[in-house]
Design a protein around this ligand. Structure first.
Ligand SMILES: N[C@@H](CCC(=O)N[C@@H](CS)C(=O)NCC(=O)O)C(=O)O
Length: 208
């Protein structure tokens, strides 16, 4: 039985397609028209009470939250390959980066672009400068967050960095741009981009 991904190409579910392509797992996409509000239907809310994409169903398991989906998929289908094994010393840094995207980069960028007022010591993402510098140090010369080893952390963090660069929500530091360019060359990302674009076309979606 293949994995079902509740999907819209203009959502974080587009990045979940990339995760599945990296893992070379069979999957099917179920289109949820988030522009028409289908994510708020009673049927979809049974799957994800937050009314948000992505959500996956894998046999009896239902998972939402993009980073959790990435960690789940890599452990289940890529342990020792896209996820360090449980007793591998790289496991800690790997998990740190997987959680850094949703808990530090995303709220940090939202706070910065929206001009929120907050005390950096009281929020999990701290200061804008420290968040950027930590990310820049983490990427370093790469090529990946764990050095030569590409992992699901790169799909999670890399997808977020690429999104933030695209929407000009993060500084165009050379390390970020070079990292996004390296990620763009991955065959799985290219395949995912093609699939997402084909679905957007099939549904008549046009970027304004
Ligand atoms: N924390 C969630 C956020 C998911 C999220 O915000 N999804 C957006 C699309 S990228 C969505 O479904 N929006 C529809 C809505 O809020 O009505 C995750 O990382 O999966």
């Amino acid at each position: 039985m293949s994995i079902v991904l509740y999907h819209h190409p203009w959502s974080r579910a587009a990045n979940t397609v990339w995760m599945l392509e990296e893992l070379e797992q069979a999957y099917e996409l179920r289109y949820v028209d988030i522009l028409a509000g289908e994510q708020s239907s009673d049927e979809f809310r049974q799957r994800n009470r937050m009314s948000k994409l992505p959500t996956i169903v894998d046999g009896d398991a239902e998972i939402s939250e993009s980073a959790a989906i990435g960690v789940y998929l890599a452990d289940r289908y890529g342990l020792g390959r896209l996820a360090p094994a449980l007793d591998d010393p790289a496991r800690g840094p790997y998990l740190r980066w997987c959680f850094f995207a949703p808990s530090v980069i995303e709220p940090g960028c939202a706070a910065h672009s929206s001009g929120w007022e907050f005390k950096p010591g009281s929020v999990g993402w701290g200061t804008w400068e420290n968040m950027l510098a930590t990310l820049e140090d983490g990427i370093g010369d790469g090529p990946w967050l764990l050095g030569d080893r590409f992992t699901m952390a790169d799909v999670i963090v890399g997808g977020t960095v690429a999104f933030m660069l695209n929407f000009k929500m993060i500084d165009e530091r050379p390390a970020f741009v070079a990292y996004a360019e390296r990620l763009n060359q991955r065959p799985a990302r290219i395949r995912a981009n093609e699939k997402n674009a084909a679905i957007a076309d099939a549904h008549g979606l046009k970027q304004s």
